[in-house]
Design a protein around this ligand. Structure first.
Ligand code: NCD
Length: 317
């Protein structure tokens, strides 16, 4: 595999808890490595033996479709032994603590743990309980680093250098771990980030993190190179009516519609999924040529392969 770094750079991270812990060089290095893995996915037999001596547990305490399948596929494409833990069918239901669960799993000689949990900080806590490399697959509203990496990788396919590129993130900001990881990652690589949504969804941290705020969708879409819509997370905010009057009104004010694609012909559309069709995006927009949403999903496997490879000790392939 080609060395993607500068002369004096070496990747020496042990975990991926969040992009806050990764430098600009680390992020660009992961994205560069992911290119080689993306090529492997296009081969007739998209398999390599890089992780054949590794055992990985996927520890999911929260629902997931894309992230979980994507991690599992990445692990299997690289020949790892994979075990899956789902909180809903485990001894967690019998009252076992997270620490006991992870120490028991770890006694089975696990090399890496991929963890999704509803509480922020759980991946960090796991680093104190076991020796394995820990990969955060989403912790509450804190970080979702592999999602932001795959988003950046997809943006790079459109704009190879993200320096100065204009990224709009639109939607349910206050509940989103995706937005936090994206602001951190994108600003580190020099992109400009505007966050757009209703005032009730706009947390204070946005400006402190180096992004700008807009409450005007038209203005935002006329400015951006990429528009990333985020799901309205009804399950995290209780009754939707507490934060905005109705889904229909949200769609009227902040939903991306075909008329916007016609008016502003350049920006691409992204969404981490799952999409509420007719809310964040008009259904035709999600299916249009301008959307790169399924590319994000394919790229997610490559990016996760790159992260697994680097955190496994980076045996050359
Ligand atoms: C996101 C998540 O779970 O944080 N989805 C994902 O990982 N693809 C966003 C969401 O749930 O809306």
């Amino acid at each position: 595999m080609a060395k993607a770094s500068t002369e004096n750079y070496s990747f020496d991270q042990k975990h991926l808890l969040g992009l806050a812990d990764y430098s600009r060089e680390d992020i660009l290095y992961v994205l560069d490595q992911a290119k080689s893995f993306r090529e492997i996915l296009d081969r007739p037999v998209p398999k390599i033996p890089t992780l054949r001596d590794k055992t990985i547990v996927n520890l999911f305490y929260e629902n997931s479709t894309r992230t979980r399948l994507s991690f599992e596929l990445a692990q299997k494409r690289m020949g790892a032994d994979v075990v899956n833990f789902s909180a809903s069918t485990s001894s967690t239901k019998k009252g076992e603590s997270l620490k006991d669960t992870i120490q028991n799993i770890s006694s089975m000689k696990i090399d890496m743990v991929v963890c999704r949990h509803e509480s922020p900080g759980v991946p960090h806590f796991l680093t104190q309980c076991v020796d394995a490399a820990i990969l955060n697959a989403g912790d509450g509203a804190h970080e979702h680093p592999t999602q932001a990496l795959l988003d950046m990788f997809t943006m790079q396919q459109i704009h190879p250098s993200l320096d100065g590129k204009k990224v709009a993130i639109i939607g349910d900001i206050s509940h989103s771990r995706v937005v936090r990881s994206n602001i951190i990652g994108l600003t580190k690589v020099g992109a400009k980030v505007v966050i757009c949504g209703p005032k009730t969804f706009m947390p204070k941290f946005v400006e402190d993190m180096g992004a700008e705020i807009s409450y005007n969708l038209e203005e935002t879409l006329s400015w951006c190179d990429v528009a990333m819509a985020l799901r309205i997370q009804l399950e995290r905010q209780g009754k939707s009516t507490e934060l905005f009057p109705s889904l229909r009104e949200y769609h009227d004010l902040f939903g991306i519609k075909m008329k916007h694609l016609e008016k502003y012909p350049d920006f691409k559309i992204m969404h981490p999924g799952p999409i509420n069709r007719g809310v964040e995006l008009q259904s035709e927009v999600a299916d249009s040529e301008r959307a790169v949403i399924l590319d994000q999903v394919t790229n997610g496997v490559a990016v996760r392969m790159a992260v697994l490879y680097l955190l496994s000790g980076g045996i050359r392939i």
